[in-house]
Design a protein around this ligand. Structure first.
Ligand code: FE2
Length: 201
């Protein structure tokens, strides 16, 4: 089944006869991600939010779907939703970065905004990796060609997100094992995996 059209997705979110405007998508992104407020650099915060808005514009998924679909297709009957997992990763990453800065900051530079932005954006590409069939998420043909680290980095670059954050998106998953991760990318990578591996029995 082809991905739902943008119009169909809009109407799924809006009242009958009412099309969702970009500002409505922006508000939906802000509702999904209260952690955006943690990013101190306002320009970076706006670019991170814009990347999520752009992803929804291109995706068959609507914002509400992320509170329903599982965070991974690799675990049968996965009990955690997309947003539960993604927000958990952001919280773990931030607290880890703060602890590392408190104890190791004298010799190790860590940019907290970069960590938070990277964690919020790590899986944004899944909006282009998935499609909905009978209400269930599955990998789309695009997703088979381009996993979310690739599409996520492309979306973020398009929205002007700094390279240090795009690096986290590109390197957060197994593909990143082949590159030299920054300290911020190492933190997000481990936050992601420590909240994924326990589900894999
Ligand atoms: Fe991921």
């Amino acid at each position: 089944m082809p991905p739902r059209s943008r119009e169909a997705k809009k109407s799924a979110n809006a009242s009958p006869g009412q099309a969702a405007e970009p500002s409505t998508l922006r508000q939906a992104v802000e509702r999904l991600w209260p952690e955006l407020e943690w990013i101190e650099d306002r320009s970076l915060r706006a670019k991170v939010a814009a990347t999520w808005v752009r992803a929804f514009e291109l995706s068959p998924l609507a914002p509400d779907d992320l509170n329903r679909i599982p965070f991974t297709l690799l675990i049968p009957n996965c009990p955690a939703t997309f947003m539960e997992h993604k927000r958990c990763v952001v919280h773990i990453a931030r607290r880890s970065a703060e602890s590392m800065r408190d104890f190791l900051g004298r010799g190790l530079a860590i940019d907290l905004d970069t960590v938070i932005a990277g964690a919020i954006l790590a899986d944004v590409g899944k909006l282009l990796e998935y499609e909905l069939v009978d209400g269930k998420a599955r990998q789309s043909q695009r997703g088979e060609f381009l996993r979310h680290p690739f599409t996520g980095a492309a979306l973020a670059i398009e929205c002007g997100v700094p390279d240090a954050v795009c690096h986290i998106i590109a390197a957060h998953a197994a593909e990143g094992d082949l590159v030299k991760r920054t300290t911020e990318a190492i933190i997000v990578h481990h936050a992601d995996f420590m909240s994924y591996l326990p589900f894999r029995k």
